[in-house]
Ligand binder design. Structure first.
Ligand SMILES: NC(=O)c1ccc[n+]([C@@H]2O[C@H](COP(=O)([O-])OP(=O)(O)OC[C@H]3O[C@@H](n4cnc5c(N)ncnc54)[C@H](OP(=O)(O)O)[C@@H]3O)[C@@H](O)[C@H]2O)c1
Length: 353
């Protein structure tokens, strides 16, 4: 284990540390019991400045004390930390993540670049922790490096809710309409005149990701490759004037009929390796089901479980599919930075760091 000699925590480098997701990573690492922020990197615009000077902080409160003085590096620079969290734009990640992996770094990526590559785990630790075995098949393994990815932010919430239903009853078909927060577009993101008092029924490339990624996540590992779960997903996405939290209206056709009580029990009882291992970012119950007729709502529920809980509500029968519900996922925490930290905690707990 590559722990820090000073306090026993594992040093971490963040690529894209100044952006919306990178800032969440910095914030979640402050005071983390197992991981310690050690290096930050971003674009040419930020290089050579201190993190405080380079960052337009968009989270509540101030830039964490421990991050302020770091001098921002270039993302291609040699790094001291073996663990690298990446919150880069895909165009940059395409080149930089393999470069760092080839130098023996374990890169935990938020970016779409390698999610669907056959030998790259697309990980939600509660759902498919066993897919980490793919790391041993990567070309970078010879140098001690590798790439692990977390899914698209909508997909994290969707796949977490579908996983217990898939296990208990099987999935025949899924339909989902999204209402996605502005922070999902990064900073500065969508211009205010386009977003305020408006709904934009298009997010470039998003529907393709939501239709393909869940099959890989819910797939089974067989002979060193993932056999995707086989059910169609129909998606319609919208950008809405919400700051944080993606809402999803989900309609599910099951392979085996189940009562609402059985469905609720499957959702509420869902746990996985993070709970068994007691990982620092893992909520005891990753899915919370609410009974109020008007929940979940982003302003009320997005911080559930420090942003790591997926909140399900409006669970009811459906006359076309079998069941329908609304879910809420914190897009920059469970859908991005928190997901990356949980992946890193799993890597550490399973002896890969
Ligand atoms: N926002 C979300 O909810 C969310 C959720 C899941 C996944 N993601 C994914 O996470 C990644 C980051 O998203 P974000 O929302 O944080 O974006 P963002 O706010 O635009 O931040 C982008 C980061 O990348 C750096 N960067 C940009 N161009 C670069 C270059 N040419 N070379 C080196 N660094 C460069 C920026 O540094 P400077 O500040 O120096 O320009 C900044 O740190 C994206 O791939 C996105 O798809 C986002």
């Amino acid at each position: 284990m590559t722990t820090d000699e000073r306090d026993g925590r594992i040093p971490v480098a963040i690529l894209g540390a100044t952006g919306a997701v990178g800032q969440r990573m910095v914030s979640l690492l402050a005071g983390h019991p197992r991981l310690r922020l050690a290096e930050v990197a971003a674009s040419e615009r930020s290089q050579g400045k201190t993190y405080l000077e380079a960052t337009r902080w968009i989270l509540p409160g101030d830039v964490p004390e421990e991050a302020r003085g770091f001098v921002v590096k270039a993302v291609e620079d040699p790094l001291e930390s073996r663990l690298v969290l990446s919150a880069l734009d895909a165009k940059v990640a395409d080149e930089v993540e393999p470069l760092q992996a080839s130098r023996g770094k374990l890169v935990v990526s938020n970016t779409k670049s390698f999610r669907m590559q056959a030998d790259v785990p697309l990980l939600i630790p509660e759902v498919n922790a066993d897919h980490l075995a793919l790391l041993d098949r990567q070309g970078w393994a010879a140098a001690g490096g590798g790439i692990v990815t977390n899914p698209n932010c909508v997909v994290v919430g969707l796949a977490m809710a579908l996983a217990p239903l898939h296990r208990a009853f099987g999935l025949e078909a899924v339909c989902v309409t999204t209402l996605q927060a502005l922070s999902g577009a990064g900073y500065p993101g969508v211009p205010s005149l386009d977003s305020q008092g408006n709904v934009i029924p298009f997010i470039d490339g998003e529907e393709e990701k939501i239709e393909t990624e869940p099959g890989k996540i819910l797939g089974t590992l067989d002979g060193g490759r993932v056999v995707p779960a086989d059910f169609p997903i129909s998606v319609s996405v919208n950008r809405v004037p919400v700051r944080d939290g993606h809402t999803e209206s989900v309609f599910v056709k099951l392979s085996r009929k189940a009562s609402l009580g059985e469905i609720r029990e499957a959702l509420e009882g869902f746990t996985g390796e993070p709970q068994r291992l007691g990982l620092a970012s893992a909520p005891p119950r990753p899915i919370v089901v609410r009974d109020e007729r008007d929940r979940p709502q982003p302003i009320r529920d997005v911080e559930a479980g420090h942003g790591m809980v997926v909140t399900v509500g409006r669970l009811r029968p459906d006359p076309v599919y079998d069941v329908r519900f609304s879910l809420l996922v914190h897009n920059t925490v469970r859908g991005a930075a928190g997901a990356a930290l949980l992946n890193a905690e799993l890597l550490a707990a399973t002896g890969r760091l």
